[in-house]
Design a protein around this ligand. Structure first.
Ligand code: PEP
Length: 249
């Protein structure tokens, strides 16, 4: 049985003071938590948020990482730096990193292998553009992203891998995929994983991301092949995030 995961991706939002206020508010609301709960703030909030959330059961994630241990990589953050701050999960391959910062499947694959080596848990984002969907290419696209990003993956660490299916046309647009559409692709992703990794694939969690809101979480999470959600906008308000983590099935 796979544990669900509700992960908030704050993107480039929240000063440290704002992050601390969010944590105070969320802890006060004390929502019922189903499965694992994760917040991925900007790097600059990790230390303060980690202190606030200590003992709450709410975990810390990062939004990015570099694929090297240390050295002359100005502006980058290493896996060891994240581990030092209590980070457990790292988002890689988010469509904003692919589109705005030109990250390739090859680089994302390097990051994934480095995270596995350092025992950090990758949340690998994949998903098609509107153009690709309208051309009926969403399945091909997702398949090729999966195979390129998972090249040479360590099969012994697959249980720590999370895939986030995030159709780009649904991110930050308010236009969510229907629960049935999301389930169809997530089922296909699981079948692809099973083709490559056999029964080990049953342990890999698949999240849906793209304008998930408190009003839509229950339908999404009820689907057989969807094990949680990666949430941007609706993770920025403690009251909304509290409702998301207390989803009901
Ligand atoms: C995301 O940033 O991964 C995301 C899904 O954003 P939103 O929920 O705002 O669409």
């Amino acid at each position: 049985m796979r544990q669900t995961l509700i992960a908030g991706n704050w993107k480039m939002n929240m000063t440290t003071a704002e992050a601390e206020n969010f944590a105070d508010e969320l802890l006060k609301l004390n929502p019922k938590k189903n499965g694992e709960v994760l917040i991925c703030p900007p790097f600059t909030d990790l230390y303060a948020l980690g202190k606030k959330l200590a003992g709450s059961g709410i975990k810390l994630g990062a939004q990015n990482v570099f694929a090297e241990d240390s050295g002359a990589y100005t502006g980058e953050i290493s896996p060891a730096m994240l581990l030092d701050l209590g980070v457990e999960y790292v988002i890689i391959g988010h469509s904003e990193r692919r589109q705005i910062f030109n990250e390739s499947n090859e680089l994302i694959n390097k990051k994934l292998l480095k995270l596995q080596e350092k025992n950090l848990k990758p949340i690998l984002c994949i998903g098609e553009t509107l153009e690709e969907r309208e051309a009926g290419r969403e399945y091909d696209l997702v398949k090729s992203q999966l195979s390129a990003c998972l090249k040479d993956v360590n099969a012994n660490k697959l249980k720590d891998l999370v895939i986030a299916y995030e159709p780009i046309w649904a991110i930050g647009t308010g236009r969510s995929a229907s629960a049935n559409d999301a389930e169809a692709i997530c089922k296909f992703i699981r079948q692809e994983l099973e083709k490559n990794f056999g029964d080990l694939a049953k342990e890999i969690r698949i999240l849906y991301g793209g304008s998930v809101k408190p009003a839509t979480i229950n339908d999404i999470i009820a689907k057989e092949n969807i094990d949680g959600a990666l949430v941007g906008g609706a993770s920025l308000k403690a009251a909304d995030f509290a409702k998301l983590v207390a989803y009901e099935v």
